[in-house]
Design a protein. Sequence first.
Length: 169
Amino acid sequence: MSKEEKSGFKPLADTAGDVLDPVLRKRAGINLSLIQSWEDIVGPQIGLQSRPLRILWPRRAHEDDPFQPATLIIGCEGMAAMRIQHSTGEIIGRVNSFLGFAAIARIRIEQKAVAPAAQRKPKQLLPVSAPAEKKLAQVTSGIEDEALRASLMQLGRNILAEKANKKPR
């Protein structure tokens, strides 16, 4: 049982999402998770310069009409429009993978000012001590795949550095 479940409280972000998601779905045909995950979906180069605005679903005359995929409208600035145009197929594939079905068939670009995402500054982590580095190397020595071993070493360094940063100095 999580801390929130024990205390009976829900994080504000969850409550806001519960309220905003139906409004966004009704007004823009889009959900909050797509907006929040946009940079992860399309990558930082496009994600920082654009935002999904809405999804236009085709009208169906009857309930028996076959499903037709929608058009995703993306707002962007300047040169991002050309990048998006060039990457349309890849963006459609990534958005559809994120949504879990072939929801999007086309992209329409609207050039407009996009508020920049908050600049994330990586925290300065303390370096890992030599004995800790040696211990990490020892623990990961049995891993044959070099890329995996390097990734696990970096993960270990980050965890140890994060713990060291939390300790009072």
